[in-house]
Write a protein that binds this ligand. Sequence first.
Ligand SMILES: [Zn+2]
Length: 176
Amino acid sequence: MCTFNTLLLPASTSLDRVNAVARELGWGLFAAQGNPSIEAAVADALSYVRADGGCDCGSGLATADTTPYIGWSDGEVRKLNADGWSATKIERWKAQREAARAKVANPAQPTVPAQWCTLLERLLDGRIAAWVGVFTHDYRGALGSRITCKPVQRFSGVTVGRLSAIETDVPYVFAR
Ligand SMILES: [Zn+2]
């Protein structure tokens, strides 16, 4: 099971322009996800995920840490627990990761909701899309598999606070 954050855009949006912004912000490029359930839930929407094939486990918007990254995340710890690591071994691993993180000159990275907020704001402010949307889901099968979406939530304006409160399986649409 893997988590993916989907980017939703009006069908007429230029993916090249979106990817130019994504590249500038240091994101991987987006490619069509083509999930019929998500695209049916939001009128005129096409769905995209990052093209590098990597999942968003540990950085799913619905489960993302809202604290700056200190070398480990709650999602990573959950995975180690699931892998059968002992509490002692996990504490030692955390201490090593925090020490390694502290050595990196670059201060704490922006949180996942903050990164998404920057991307979505750029797409709206740059008039690359009239609205933007996000959708987070834990996939059991293919990225195109059938999903039961909850009712769409619409907002004018995108904020870190709103992105930090995202729930799984709810399509969120933000307009200017
Ligand atoms: Zn995964």
